[in-house]
Design a protein around this ligand. Structure first.
Ligand SMILES: [Cu+2]
Length: 85
């Protein structure tokens, strides 16, 4: 997650909005922004992270193959897609 100074009313974004990961693998999440964020499924497919504070990291593991939308539950415009192969 990172700050997005180009959009003052939507000031955060996922640095990598398109992710591919092997089934059983995990994605490392690092919050390089100035706000707390989460990494949560839009409609299922994996379990959400908890809150990730600025400067903190977390990881999410994927157990189901498919393409799943993800978002930040605190800033719903922060979105992306993870492809689990
Ligand atoms: Cu957020």
């Amino acid at each position: 997650m990172e700050n997005d100074p180009a959009h003052p009313t939507r000031p955060y974004r996922f640095s990598s909005p398109s992710i591919t990961v092997r089934c059983g693998g995990s994605v490392e999440l690092t919050n390089n922004s100035t706000a707390t964020h989460t990494f949560a499924p839009e409609q299922g497919g994996f379990a959400a992270s908890g809150n990730i504070a600025p400067g903190d990291s977390d990881s999410v593991r994927f157990f189901y193959r498919g393409a799943f939308g993800f978002m930040c539950s605190l800033h719903p415009w922060m979105k992306g897609t993870v492809r689990v192969t």
